[in-house]
Structures are given as C-alpha cells and as structure tokens.
Design a protein around this ligand. Structure first.
Ligand SMILES: C[S@@+](CC[C@H](N)C(=O)[O-])C[C@H]1O[C@@H](n2cnc3c(N)ncnc32)[C@H](O)[C@@H]1O
Ligand code: SF4
Length: 445
C-alpha cells in the first residue's frame, strides 16, 4: 500500500510525542571518529535556530495530538518569564553564538501577549546574536483576537506569519473543533499580508471527512486568490488519542480513501505549480523564493534549540568535551516545566547523545523531504568518510528505486523524483537499512 509522507514532520520533530522515529535502528552506542569530526565542525555548532513552544489553546481540535493544554487560570506572565529564562539557560549551555531564525509555535502562540515576543527576542540578544534579517515566525489561529494582535506582534519583532486556515468550509471547521470561521481566516490573511508582504504562510489540511477531489480543487482555487507566497499542505492524519481517531473507530467519521487522498495531493501539486509555486519539500510550496528558512534548517540537519513545554532540540552542549550533538526534550506538562525552569533554569527532561549513525539517519530522512535532496557537499559535512555513493550504489533496493525513476543518485547528490516524493515513506526503511549496513561494515573496529 502506498504510504504518503505528508505529515508535519518538521513540526513533529520539535514538539512530537518524543518517540524515536527510528526505533529498531538504534545506533547510540556507535560513536566514531567521524562523529566527533563532524560535530566539531564550527558551522554546525556555532549556529542554531530557535523554536519556542506556547503550550495553550482555547479548545482542542478533534484531530490534534500536539503538546497543548487548556489553561486553568491566567499564568501567561509566568509562562512568558519562564520561556525567557529557559532561552537564556539553553543558549548558555550551547556553544551557539548566532541564532539564525526564531519560530513561535504551539499550541496557540497568538494567545500570548505581544510583549512575550519582544521579551524573548531581547533574551536571545542578551546571550548571543540574532542574525541580521533573521526570520521570526509566529503561528496564528485566525480568530478575531489573533487578527487584531497581528500589528502588535509585528512591532514586537515578528516578520513572518503562519496562519492555520485548515479549511475554507465552515461545516468542516466546526466538525474539526476549530475556533474560527473561513471568512475570519481570509480576513486574517489579508491583514497579515499588509503587515508582512511576501512573508505570510497558510496551513491547510486535505483528506478531511467527506472531502472530494472536486471540492478540494475548488477550495484551493479560492485560496490561491487570497494567499501570499507560501503554503503548507498537510494530509489530515487520525492520531491515536484524539477525538477524530475515536470517531473513526466508532464509524462516526470516515476519511477519503488512499487513492482519493493521493489524487488530492497530486492535483494540489500541479495546481500550485501552475500558479508559480515551487514545491521545495513534501508539504511545502513557495513562490518568489519565500521558503521557510526556519524549517529548512531542520531539513538540512542544522542545530536547533527547543524552548517551552515538550519542545525538542538538537545541539552540541558545552562540556563533556563538547563534541556530540544531543537530542533534548523539555518536560511536557506546563506546570511541571514551569517548576523545573524556576528551580534550575531549564525544564530539560531527556538528553540523549546522538551517535554518528543516528545523526546520519536524521540527515537522510530530513534531507530527502526536500525536492533538492541531499547534495554530496551537504552529506560530506556530516559524513566526511562515507559518501552517498559508498552507501547506496551497491544496494539492490536503491537500484530498483533508481530504475523506476523514484530516486536519482548522480553528481547532484541523492534526491526523490516528482513521483518518488509521494512514495518517500515506503522508500525510507530500505534506505535506512542500507545506511546502517554500510556504516557497520565500514566503521573502524
Ligand atoms: C499543531 S498546529 C499549531 C498551530 C495553530 N494552533 C493552528 O492550529 O493552526 C500546526 C499545524 O499542524 C497541522 N496538524 C495538526 N494536527 C494534524 C493532523 N492530525 N493531521 C495533519 N495536520 C495536522 C495543522 O495543519 C496545523 O496548522
Ligand atoms: S489550535 Fe492548533 S495546536 Fe491547538 S488544538 Fe487546534 S490544531 Fe492543535
């Protein structure tokens, strides 16, 4: 069965459930010279992007299993203070001297007070430098409150808005538990475009209950009339533990079948292409080069620091010789996280030193999501001794993917074709197995 890769992997990586996506392929024990070498690379350790998680929402959408909570009282000020404190602590713990982008995600960060944004950006500036023209994005729920705060957010330092439109059908929005209407979403896009022209993105989901290819195409045409230069398209995924998952199990709700969803994806890709949007990642489309620099840094395997409840990070900490990248996860529950930040300056719950193979697995999985794929130069940055050709040239599975035209391995590097991108999930297990096999064959004993 074809499995599509349209989930929010960039976002999952920063606020996911904390489970390893590569269970069964553990390689933590394999630490090699190469790992130390690549981790030492100045470019990889001195710069990072920063993800800030705002953990509260006004209500729970039926499909969402992100780390979000309904606030019991008004503790916005306390959360804001703790976010600043954790930014300072984690920056100090890292070797980072430059933050290249900041992303305020959630939850619903547009519920935060705009001064939270400026205070956090000031905290960044106290500890390190924020790159000139750094992209500072904020996710906005397109409610009237979200819209009226846009101007203040932009004065506070936000220069890119990501608006959670999700659907232009009011019935759908109600069914999915959203707290805004389609017209409110359109008004929010309009206002955001006035404030940050060329820097407004929309999130939209397809494969929704009762959706047909024809209605999706009509909806997309309407969106194209109002949207700016960036769109993220996510296939609605029934996540365990959500109301949607329960409704599906009880046959109260059915989602379109695999073939219909595949048609929706293909038709959206073609339509966006016709309107000048370039697909640069499985779920992301931009025109006029308006790619998300922050998300690109995940897909390029760069360092990121995750701040706030449940946030994930990947960076090389100071100390321990300061050579190996760590996967870090902050405490999930806001109250627990607040206590820990108050007691020790940060709420890091889990630190796992990434072995070299694990790092390469991430570089492979994330890199193949980009349409440009993984160039030899990019791979070499992380793997100076084992090239893409060393790893993949002799694999029969890879030969098959190359033969079918789903993958390309040439002087440009390794990348998915147009068709291959939609099949990435099914190609990844054999690719990861081959990486693991070659790594163990060639690793020094
Ligand atoms: C977790 S939300 C946070 C931003 C904001 N609260 C909102 O709802 O727009 C980020 C994006 O994840 C996507 N998302 C969340 N759960 C999803 C699911 N089960 N399937 C597909 N996309 C999902 C939505 O498109 C959403 O815009
Ligand atoms: S508003 Fe966003 S984060 Fe909150 S429940 Fe809905 S999809 Fe999840």
């Amino acid at each position: 069965m074809i499995k599509y890769t349209l989930r929010t992997v960039g976002r999952m990586l920063v606020t996911g459930t904390g489970q390893s996506r590569f269970s069964g392929l553990s390689s933590r024990q394999v630490l090699t010279e190469d790992g130390a070498e690549s981790a030492h690379n100045e470019n990889l350790t001195k710069k990072a992007s920063l993800y800030i998680h705002w953990p509260y929402c006004l209500k729970r959408c039926s499909y969402c299993n992100f780390n979000k909570y309904i606030a019991k009282g008004d503790n916005k000020h306390l959360v804001s203070q703790c976010l600043q404190q954790e930014v300072e602590t984690l920056l100090q713990l890292s070797q980072v001297s430059c933050i290249t982008s900041v992303f305020f995600g959630g939850g619903t960060p547009s519920l935060a007070h705009p001064s939270t944004i400026s205070d956090i950006l000031e905290a960044v500036a106290r500890r390190t430098s924020l790159a000139g023209q750094a992209e500072v994005s904020l996710e906005v729920n397109p409610t009237p409150e979200g819209r009226t705060k846009l101007k203040d957010f932009s004065h506070a330092g936000v220069n890119r808005f990501s608006i959670g439109v999700q659907s232009l059908q009011d019935d759908d929005l109600t069914r999915l538990g959203r707290d805004h209407s389609a017209i409110q979403a359109l008004q929010t896009i309009e206002e955001a475009r006035k404030l940050c022209p060329g820097k407004v993105s929309i999130d939209i989901m397809f494969g929704r209950p009762g959706q047909s290819v024809a209605s999706w195409e009509a909806e997309l045409s309407e969106l194209l009339r109002v949207c700016d230069d960036h769109a993220s398209l996510y296939q609605l995924t029934p996540e365990r533990g959500t109301l949607l998952f329960k409704q599906m199990q009880g046959a109260e709700v059915t989602l379109p079948g695999d073939h219909e969803t595949a048609d929706m994806y293909e038709s959206a890709r073609r339509t966006l292409h016709r309107h000048g949007f370039e697909q640069y990642e499985v779920s992301n489309f931009a025109r006029n080069s308006a790619v998300s620099h922050h998300n690109m840094s995940y897909w390029k395997g760069r360092q990121y620091i995750g701040v706030g409840p449940g946030a994930h990070g990947r960076f090389v900490p100071l100390g321990d010789g300061g050579t190996h990248r760590e996967a870090r996860t902050q405490a999930l529950e806001p109250d627990v996280w607040i206590r820990e930040v108050q007691q020790r300056g940060h709420g890091t719950r889990r630190r796992i030193q990434l072995g070299h193979l694990e790092l390469l697995e991430e570089v492979l999985v994330m890199g193949l999501r980009m349409t440009e794929g993984i160039t030899h130069k990019h791979w070499q940055l992380f793997s100076p001794k084992l090239s893409l050709r060393d790893i993949f040239s002799s694999s029969t599975d890879v030969q098959e993917f190359l033969h079918c035209g789903h993958l390309t391995l040439n002087d440009g590097g390794l990348r998915c074709s147009w068709d291959g991108l939609a099949l990435l999930d099914s190609m990844l297990p054999p690719l990861l197995m081959e990486l693991q096999r070659q790594f163990h064959l060639r690793a020094p004993r």
